[in-house]
Design a protein around this ligand. Structure first.
Ligand code: NDP
Length: 240
C-alpha cells in the first residue's frame, strides 16, 4: 500500500496544477482529477513524473456523485490518499439582479457538491486508517463583498462552514480539515477582470502566484501541521 498519495480536484491547470507539482515534490504520488483540459492535465502529469512521482489522471466531474464514485471507488479498494485537496472551482460573475439560475446553481454546485461528493467517497477510508488531510480552496470572496460574485461568495463561505463542521466531526480519527482563502492569484480565472483596479486594493501591490498557495497546502499536508484543524488561512497579499 502506498502511504503517500494526494488527490487533487481540478489539478490540471492553475492553482491545482501548482498544488499537484508541489505535493509531488514533497514525495506524494498524485491522483489528478480534471474535467475538460486534457492537454494541460497531460502536461502537469509529465511535470509530476519528471519529479520521480507517479500521476494518475482521473477525468470526472466533481458535481456528479456517480462519476466521482465510479472513478474513485475501484482505486480506494487498494489505496487511500493521505491528502484530498478540493480545489475545483468556477466563476460565473453577474450582478445578482441579472444572474441566471444556472449561473447561481453551477458555481455553488462545483464548490459545495464537489466538496460533498469527494469527501463522501474518500472520508470512510481515511477514518478507517485514522489519518488524513482534507484541504479546501475557498476564496477571499468568502470574507469580503465582491460585486458580481454573490454566487461565488455564497459557495466559498458555505465551503468554510462545511470545513468547520467536518473538522469537529472527524478530529478524533486524526483527519484534519482546513481551508485556504486565496486573494487574486495569476491564473486563467482572472481573465476579463480589471487588473489595474484590483492591484490598487492589494497592499503587497501585486497578484499572487499559484505556487504561493501551493506552499501553504504543502505545509498543511505535512507533519508540521499535525495540530491544526478547522481553520481558514488567507493568502491574499494583505487585502482587507
Ligand atoms: P482555473 O480556472 O485556472 O482552474 C479551475 C480548475 O477547476 C480547472 O482545473 C478545471 O478543470 C477544474 N474544474 C472546474 N470545474 C470542475 C468540475 N466540475 N470537475 C472537476 N474539475 C473542475 O482556476 P484557479 O486555478 O484560479 O482556481 C482554483 C481554485 O482556487 C478554485 O476553487 C477557485 O475558486 C479558487 N480561487 C482562485 C483564485 C484566483 O484568483 N485565481 C482566488 C480565490 C480562489 P478543467 O480545466 O479540466 O476543466
Amino acid at each position: 500500500m502506498n502511504e503517500k498519495i494526494a488527490l487533487i480536484t481540478g489539478g490540471g491547470r492553475g492553482i491545482g496544477a501548482a498544488i499537484s507539482t508541489t505535493l509531488a515534490r514533497d514525495g506524494f504520488d498524485i491522483w489528478l482529477n480534471y474535467l475538460s483540459s486534457d492537454m494541460q492535465a497531460q502536461k502537469t502529469k509529465s511535470q509530476i513524473e519528471s519529479l520521480g512521482r507517479q500521476c494518475l489522471l482521473l477525468k470526472f466531474d466533481v458535481t456528479c456523485a456517480k462519476s466521482v464514485e465510479d472513478s474513485l471507488s475501484p482505486l480506494l479498494e487498494n489505496n487511500t490518499p493521505f491528502v484530498l485537496v478540493n480545489n475545483a472551482g468556477i466563476k460565473k460573475d453577474s450582478l445578482l439582479i441579472w444572474m441566471k439560475e444556472n449561473e447561481w446553481r453551477d458555481v455553488i454546485s462545483t464548490t459545495l457538491n464537489g466538496f460533498f461528493n469527494t469527501v463522501k467517497t474518500v472520508l470512510p477510508f481515511m477514518l478507517r486508517r485514522r489519518e488524513g488531510r482534507i484541504i479546501n480552496i475557498a476564496s477571499a470572496a468568502a470574507h469580503y463583498g465582491v460585486p458580481g460574485q454573490s454566487n461565488y461568495s455564497a459557495a466559498k463561505a458555505g465551503l468554510i462552514g462545511a470545513v468547520k463542521s467536518l473538522a469537529v466531526e472527524v478530529a478524533k480519527r486524526n483527519v484534519l480539515v482546513n481551508a485556504i482563502s486565496p486573494g487574486f492569484i495569476e491564473t486563467e480565472m482572472l481573465q476579463g477582470l480589471p487588473i489595474e483596479e484590483i492591484l490598487k486594493t492589494i497592499p503587497l501591490g501585486r497578484l499572487g502566484k499559484a505556487e504561493e498557495v501551493a506552499e501553504l497546502v504543502s505545509f498543511l499536508a505535512s507533519d508540521k501541521a499535525n495540530y491544526i484543524t478547522g481553520k481558514v488561512f488567507q493568502v491574499d497579499g494583505g487585502i482587507g
